[in-house]
Structures are given as structure tokens and as C-alpha cells.
Design a protein around this ligand. Sequence first.
Ligand SMILES: [Zn+2]
Length: 258
Amino acid sequence: MLITVLQILVVLIFLVFLINLVLKITRKSRFIEPLPDHFPDLLRAHVRFYRELDDAGKKFFEQKMRHFFTEVRITGIGTDVEDIDQALIGAAAVIPVYAYKDWEYIDLHEVLLYPGAFSRDFDQVGYHRNVTGMVGSGPLQNVMILSKQALREGFINEESKSNSAIHEFAHLIDKMDGSLDGVPQIFLAKQNVEVWNKLVNDAILLMQQGRSDIDLYALTNKVEFFAVVTEYFFKRPDLLKHSHPELCAMMEQVFLNK
Ligand SMILES: [Zn+2]
């Protein structure tokens, strides 16, 4: 009888060991899973930021994307997540943090992809279908919601200053220092917070006087200002440099870790 109990125990311990081993291998293999072969082509065709990197930079970009996909699930709601959508979401996640080697969006677990714009209560039909992206709060704390249509437009139209997916990732970055306040403290040296605030106030004043080309949605509040200017900086850095040189130089410090 005693031997039987002992045997059962040994078998149980062995089973636990085996399960752990399998889990470990599975977890590890998710990290080394390569991107599908055609993803670099998709990125080259639709993502200027990627296209302008050298070969080593492109490899690094792909690694960061692969890592993002192992951490964050992408789920279609009423629409399929096609390869191009997955590649563009990964690109929008990587672009703002490309200069930061070990960056992780620790608060983000899932991106929900809706076909078009949605209202704040996620109703996809009816009035107020004007939201094209959102970082969740409360029960949706770890969720980002994007519109497929706006996601694609943001990348395919390379002349525009907008990219709704990058906008939402900018909100996440802003939020990660503990306060969603439009000040990217996580990337900003302490002594530069004051300079940042001054540059933002100057730009807001110019906007109010009709002397700025920043999208007026940035006047909503400073949180939106940061997200809108982040889109502008990554889409048309040449234009931003021309119209707001000091702000652009500060954005370079923030995002390019200069
Ligand atoms: Zn926003």
C-alpha cells in the first residue's frame, strides 16, 4: 500500500515537472517564432518609417514587432484581422518606441479591431460614429480599440499628418508614467518638463491665433495635443520641423532619445 502511494507521488511529481517543461518550451517558442515571410514586404510597401531604415534597422524593427505580437493579442470585432492590419498595428506600436531598446507596453494585453469608426460605448451603428481609436479604461484598462479603416488610412496616405493608431500608442506612452497628462515624462529628462510645457503653451497660442498647421483637435486638451503632435512628428517630420522647429527638436529628444 505504502509503495503504491509513493509511486503515485513520484508519478505526480514527474507530471508536474513535465507540464512545467512543456509550458516553458511553449512560452519560449512564442518568442522565437519568426514573422511571416511576407511581413517585411508589407512594411516596405506601407510604412515609410520602416522603409527608410537601413538593413540592420529593419531587422531590429522586425524583432520589436515580433516581441509585441507575443505580448499583445489582436482581435477583430465584426471584421477579420488581415495580415496588413496586423503588420500596421505592430508598426504603430514599434515606431514611437523604436529608439528604446527594451520597451514594453506592460499595460496592454489586447487590441480590438473594429471595421470603422465607433461611438464611445462601442456601438458601431447609429449616431456619433466618430471615434477611430481609444485606449480603454476601467474594465477595458488593458485594451486598445482601433478602427480598421482609420488604421489603414493613417499609413496609406503618406502625405497626411495623421495616423490614428500611432495616436493611441502615444496615449499609452503618456499614461505609462502614472498620469495621462500630455507630458511624456517617461521619455523626458526632469529638467526638460518645464521646457516641454512652455513649447506646448506656445504652440497652443499659435493655434488659437490661426498661425499653426497642427490639427485643431490638439486644442481639445494637452493629452490630445501630445497624441496629435506625435502623429504629426512621425508622419511629416519635415513639415513639423519647418512650422514648429523648437517643438520638433523637443520631439526628437523625446522619441529619438537624442
Ligand atoms: Zn486621443
